[in-house]
Design a protein around this ligand. Structure first.
Ligand SMILES: [Zn+2]
Length: 182
């Protein structure tokens, strides 16, 4: 168990084995109300100059970047990560906000298009505004969705080499229950 400042590294084998993780959550240090399995990705820093990717080479550059991302991203299949009631509630709230924004935006956008088709031209002047607002809402729903993601919630990500999972600022209760190695 390596501890660097406030980042704790857990071996990938440990987190991928059910029943090995502590019974207190990483964020609040409260008893786990439920355990979750999820895929935790590594953060990928894409190489390549930005200058090459503009203009006619933009498309090729983007494909190259996506290819690099797929090759470099490491995924750990975390088993039984502890979440307390507060963690679970936080996650649920962000996901509710996100889906309300997503479906509200979709409804406004599609609805105004349909009304625009049915209604005669020029009879509903505010329709374009509603369509734009709906579209913006649709795009913005990605932010609360990201806030509600498990990786963000528990403050963890997979190391670039895929051999460990790094937890940022874990609670003392979580750290205390980690199995000792060596
Ligand atoms: Zn918690």
């Amino acid at each position: 168990m390596r501890q660097q400042s406030n980042i704790v590294s857990l071996p990938a084998e440990l987190v991928q084995q059910p029943g090995t993780l502590p019974a207190h959550c990483t964020r609040h240090g409260r008893p786990a109300a439920r355990r979750v399995d999820f895929a935790l990705q590594s953060k990928v820093r894409i190489e390549g100059s930005r200058v090459r990717q503009v203009g006619v080479f933009g498309g090729a550059g983007m494909a190259d970047r996506l290819g690099q991302h797929a090759k470099k991203v490491r995924v750990t299949h975390v088993k039984g990560w502890p979440l307390c009631h507060t963690c679970a509630r936080t996650r649920a709230s962000w996901l509710v906000v996100s889906s309300v924004m997503f479906f509200g935006g979709l409804l406004a956008f599609v609805g105004s298009l349909i009304i625009g088709i049915i209604a005669e031209k020029g009879t509903v002047p505010w329709l374009a505004g509603v369509a734009v607002a709906g579209f913006v809402l649709l795009v913005l729903s990605a932010f609360p969705f990201h806030r509600g993601s498990l990786a963000r919630l528990v403050g963890a990500n997979t190391a670039p080499d895929g051999t460990s999972v790094r937890v940022t600022n874990p609670s003392a209760a979580f750290v205390a229950e980690l199995p000792r190695t060596g």
